[in-house]
Design a binder for this molecule. Sequence first.
Ligand code: SF4
Ligand code: ZN
Ligand code: ZN
Length: 307
Amino acid sequence: MVKCTVCGVREAFYARRYSGEKFCVKCFLESIEDKVRSTIAKYNMFRFDDRIAVAVSGGKDSLSLLHILAKIERDFPKASLYAITIDEGIAGYRDEAIEIASENCESLGVKHFILSFKELYGYTLDDIVKRIRASGSKLTPCSYCGVLRRKALNTLATKVGATKIATAHNLDDEVQTFILNIIHGDIFRIPRTGPAFDEEPGLVPRVKPLCETLEKEVTLYAYLRGIRFQENPCPYAGEALRNDVRNMINRLEEKHPGTKYKIYRSAEKIREAIKDRSPKIILNQCKICGEPTVSEICQACNLLQNI
Ligand code: SF4
Ligand code: ZN
Ligand code: ZN
C-alpha cells in the first residue's frame, strides 16, 4: 500500500505530480481548503465583515467554492455569505443548473438570489441568439452572454448589498486567459484580469479564491465531497481558440508537470511589472443605463442596441 505523504497513515489515492505529494482522501480535501485559505490571505481578498456574494452557476467550480467559503465563513462571525445566480435563459440548460444551485444553497443554509436576463434586459439569451443568427451577425452567443452576465452580476450583487463578488475561476482559467491576452496583444488587460481587483466606483470588487487551484483538483474535490453539480455543457459553448489553448496547456502539463503554475507565476510577474504603466481607466456613467463604463455607452447597452 502506498501511504499518504501528509499523514503517513492512510492509503494514498491521488498523486499530485507537480509537487510529488501523495494524498489520502481526508488530506487531499484539507489541502484544497488550505490552498483556498492561503490564496485568500495572499491577495487579501476579504475583510472580516465583508458581505460576500458567490457567483454560482451550478457547475463544479462555483459549487465547490460555495461549499469551501461556507466552511471558512464559520470562522468569521461578522462576515456574511450569499449565492447569486444569473439566469441567462438557456432552455434545458440553465434551468437545471439553477435547480442544482438552489438545492446546494438550501443544504448549506445560504441565501440564494437569482436575476434573469429577461427581467433585466427584456430578452433571454435564447431570444438574442435567434435574432443574431437571423441577422447573420458574426458575434457568438458567448460574446453576448459574457458581457450581459458581467453587468447582471454587478447589478444583482449591488442589489443584495454585497461588498465583494467571489467568482470560481480556477488556475486553468487564469492561465488560459493570460495566454489569450498574449495572443491578442492585450497586455494591459493582464493587470486587470488578476485574482483580486481594485475597487472602482459603481463596481462591486471581484475576487477569485480558486485561482491557484488546478481545475482537475476542484473537480476531484466536488466528487469526493459528494457535491451535486451540473455536468452537461452549455449548448452554445464553443470558444474555439480558448479550447485550443486549453488543450495545448494540458498537453504541456502532462509532459512537464508544474507548467501551469509556472505560467501562472509568469503572469504574476508581468502583472507586477506593468501595473503602473497600464493606462488609467476613467469610468463614466452609461448614457442609457447609468452603469459604470469606459465609453459613453456601456458594452451591454451597445450590444442590446444592435440585436
Ligand atoms: Fe454563456 Fe457561452 Fe458560457 Fe454558454 S458557454 S453560459 S453562452 S458564456
Ligand atoms: Zn493523509
Ligand atoms: Zn448601459
